[in-house]
Design a protein. Structure first.
Length: 416
């Protein structure tokens, strides 16, 4: 694996959208880096004064991103490109290939971010996925849905979380969505659409791993409390499965097959799968750190920092893992994403209030009274994160219910 040349200081281009912690995580891994941030104007408030910001209309527009990068390159060298958000994976891979820099190249990044290509490759490898069709434009959705059968999920092939994702259960419901204007984001998208059969599931799971030299060297297997689609105003989160849970072995093997099918040699993964009456079905897999409280939960459970592993692999640095990797505690770590909704916050539970609940080991609040929550929310949006350590898997639902009952979020509409 190529590495950053030994120059002082290293110059890094960070392409980012909604991963607010990305710059701090990069500097934690490479403290002396000189960082230029390429983003969209709507994300400028994520950064401190003095950050070298460069703006494009759309970080998914590879031509626009290339022009911006060449402008930066005209001023000084670029030693590495980091793209940790869902929407920046492809652009980062493209620039690495174009400029000959270390890290994941375009072809691999495209397989891990372009859901149409991803599903095709998983299918070729014999990995079960939901029946699906790829269409261009809203006009083709209904015919594709009729072919595979309602209900369906409609989403952009390139997108973030559950943004611009819809699950119409019938042709009539789809027509109503079109008439309401709710699908305007899909209509504006400059990429194909994925229409896939809605999976009737018993549970939704995720695997988060570290890959070195083409091998999965670490993976944590977790179960979501509930399916994520449409869950920003619900009590979402997940818990790491205990070793004796039989589903964990099945999911580890499925995750390893997906990594091999998409050709990842170095990096981190976030893989989602559904448990159905007929077995497990692969959902999606990304080569970037998961959102919400998942990364911190894995640190608490295993002492493995997926952000550090991601940054090191993107920067061409050696990835360090504990030797051996094992659970650092016998209990089960649960991460809870506190519900969020648009509006001005009138009252929200404090970290001190929530820390006093049973089995709570850590609370991080990102929202306070007086804050205004915008409407651009996705599956990892939250007012704060609560981490629990429970003794047995059967206690997870009880502790989450207690937390849900205690949590308070009061908002009021924001005047236009």
């Amino acid at each position: 694996m190529s590495t950053i040349a030994h120059r002082e200081p290293p110059r890094v281009l960070l392409i980012n959208s909604g991963k607010a912690e990305a710059l701090d995580r990069l500097l934690a891994t490479l403290p002396d880096a000189e960082v230029d941030v390429l983003t969209e104007a709507s994300y400028a408030k994520q950064y401190k004064a003095g950050t070298r910001l460069h703006f494009v209309q759309d970080i998914g527009d590879l031509t626009e991103v290339k022009r911006a990068a060449l402008g930066i390159l005209g001023a000084h060298r670029i030693d590495a490109v980091v793209g940790p958000s869902e929407r920046s994976q492809q652009a980062a891979g493209y620039l690495r290939s174009y400029l000959g820099l270390p890290g994941i190249g375009y072809e691999t990044a495209n397989r891990f971010s372009n859901k149409a290509v991803m599903k095709r490759e998983l299918t070729r490898a014999g990995i079960p996925v939901a029946d699906h069709r790829v269409v261009v434009g809203l006009a083709g959705v209904a015919a594709a849905a009729e072919e595979i059968g309602w209900p369906v999920v409609v989403k952009p092939a390139l997108g973030t979380g559950s943004m611009n994702t819809f699950a119409p259960r019938s042709a009539a419901e789809w027509e109503a969505l079109l008439a309401s204007g709710s699908c305007a984001g899909l209509a504006k998208g400059d990429c194909p659409l994925l229409v896939e059969r809605f999976v009737e599931m018993e549970g939704e799971y995720h695997c988060d791993g570290v890959v070195r030299d083409g091998r999965v060297e670490f993976v944590a297997v977790s179960r979501y409390f509930m399916p994520l689609l449409g869950g920003t105003d619900a009590f979402t989160g997940s818990y790491i499965l205990p070793e004796e849970n039989r589903d964990a072995d099945i999911l580890r093997a499925l995750h390893e097959r997906a990594v091999a099918a998409l050709g990842l040699s170095e990096g981190v993964t976030h893989f989602e799968a559904f448990k159905t009456a007929g077995g497990f079905v692969a959902g999606e897999i990304a080569c970037r750190p998961a959102g919400g409280g998942i990364v911190e939960a894995i640190i608490l459970q295993f002492g493995v920092d997926l952000w550090d592993a991601y940054m090191r692999s993107a920067l061409g640095l050696p990835v360090a893992l504990p030797a051996p990797v094992r659970r650092t505690r016998p209990d089960i770590i649960v991460n809870c994403d506190l519900p969020i909704r648009p509006g001005k916050v009138v009252r929200v539970s404090s970290a001190q209030e929530l820390a006093g609940l049973p089995d709570v080991v850590r609370v991080t609040m990102g929202t306070a009274a007086g804050d205004v929550i915008g409407t651009r929310l996705h599956s990892a949006s939250t007012t704060g994160l609560v981490y629990l350590a429970v003794a047995e898997e059967q206690q997870v639902a009880t502790r989450v219910a207690e937390l849900s009952a205690a949590y308070v979020l009061q908002t009021e509409p924001v005047a236009d």
